[in-house]
Ligand binder design. Structure first.
Ligand SMILES: [Zn+2]
Ligand SMILES: [Zn+2]
Length: 82
């Protein structure tokens, strides 16, 4: 199972990219881990939302590759860099 991290909306199968093939990609389901967390305001009054729960979506392409995409939550102050 391949795991890729992307932020764009475009979705191509990483296995097919490697093999130079084209395919349609079907979404199988989305999973979210359930960890407790809190938003907070830092010493400068900036809002932080560090959600540790990765959203993981599983896909299968028409050539039979399975792969998973995880997206990390974005903090309004730190962006994706936290
Ligand atoms: Zn594929
Ligand atoms: Zn932050």
């Amino acid at each position: 199972m391949l795991t890729i991290k992307v932020w764009e909306n475009d979705m191509k199968c990483p296995g097919c990219i490697k093999e130079g093939k084209r395919s349609k990609v079907f979404e199988l389901g989305t999973y979210e881990t359930l960890m407790g967390w809190q938003t907070y305001y830092d010493e400068d009054g900036k809002f932080h939302s560090h959600n540790p729960n990765d959203r993981s979506t599983q896909y299968r392409c028409t050539n039979g590759h399975m792969f998973r995409q995880t997206r990390r939550a974005i903090c309004p102050t730190c962006g994706s860099d936290w």
